[in-house]
Design a protein. Structure first.
Length: 94
């Protein structure tokens, strides 16, 4: 990939990142609800077919980041629920 194409790709990714997220917040700072809402916007924009190739790639990359963030939140929630159930079970048997 040429330097010009690489620069264009980075610029498109930054534009998508900030236009999709109202605050332009890094993915790591988003709550589950924020990440999910932005992911739905990304999917909607990709499905509309109105973006050029660079924008579509940037949307895809942002979507992958958002999906990973959502999975992390859900994994954490599962772990907390499992721990709560185990704590309850052990207190019931005492």
């Amino acid at each position: 990939m040429s330097d010009q194409n690489n620069t264009e790709h980075k610029r498109a990714a930054q534009n998508i990142e900030f236009s999709v997220s109202a605050q332009g917040a890094p993915v790591e700072e988003l709550s589950y609800e924020q990440a999910r809402a932005e992911l739905m916007q990304v999917v909607s924009r990709m499905e509309s077919g109105s973006s050029n190739l660079e924008e579509t790639i940037a949307l895809w990359e942002r979507g992958e980041q958002l999906a990973t963030r959502c999975e992390a939140w859900l994994d954490g929630a599962r772990q907390r629920l499992t721990a709560a159930k185990e704590a309850r079970s052990s207190s019931d048997t005492e």
